[in-house]
Design a protein around this ligand. Structure first.
Ligand SMILES: CC(C)(COP(=O)(O)OP(=O)(O)OC[C@H]1O[C@@H](n2cnc3c(N)ncnc32)[C@H](O)[C@@H]1OP(=O)(O)O)[C@@H](O)C(=O)NCCC(=O)NCCS
Length: 142
């Protein structure tokens, strides 16, 4: 047997996945019809053509992962981040997600922002991106 790097998924690899994932899914989830295709959303908060904030989210198998929440440094503390998060939660709920998941820097101000929105710490990631320590947050919906 040899192991090699492939540049992209070939038809043979897709066929292999098509056969093997349903078998593994039954082992893991007790069913083979879980939808793992992600839906991506990109939110922006703007007024008069000026962007004040953005947020990215993806929903996959009932889990909504929020990332890249960013509010203009001139507009922070005015409720824009909270509005973006509430919109994300609304979309996630409408799409049937049962959980919102996100990570942020352990020592970043954003950690208090997420706590104020009801997110609970569920884990930590030491020495992660660029060697910073991160914490994981979750909120269960419904
Ligand atoms: C974190 C961030 C998105 C918050 O957005 P924001 O618009 O400033 O936050 P809001 O004004 O909507 O605040 C909502 C709540 O969070 C709290 N909060 C916001 N920033 C906070 C801070 N620095 N420290 C403590 N609490 C904070 C507010 O007190 C507010 O609570 P309240 O509703 O009870 O008054 C924004 O500061 C930002 O873009 N930071 C830089 C990028 C970043 O760190 N993004 C997160 C990456 S994971």
């Amino acid at each position: 047997m040899k192991i090699s790097i492939v540049r992209r998924k070939t038809i043979a690899i897709e066929e292999f996945e098509g056969t093997e994932w349903p078998i593994a899914d039954v082992e893991h989830y007790g069913r083979d019809d879980v939808e793992f295709k992600a839906k991506h959303y990109f939110l922006k908060a703007e007024q008069d053509g000026t962007i004040w904030g953005i947020l990215q989210m993806k929903i996959r198998a009932g889990v909504c992962t929020v990332s890249d929440v960013l509010v203009s440094h001139e507009k922070r503390g005015q409720g824009i981040g909270k509005k973006l998060m509430h919109e994300a939660e609304k979309i996630a709920t409408k799409q049937g997600a049962h959980k919102i998941f996100l990570i942020t820097g352990r020592d970043w101000k954003a950690a208090d922002f997420y706590k104020s929105l009801g997110y609970k710490v569920t884990g930590e990631r030491q020495n992660d991106l660029a060697h910073a320590d991160f914490i994981e947050f979750a909120k269960f919906l419904g």
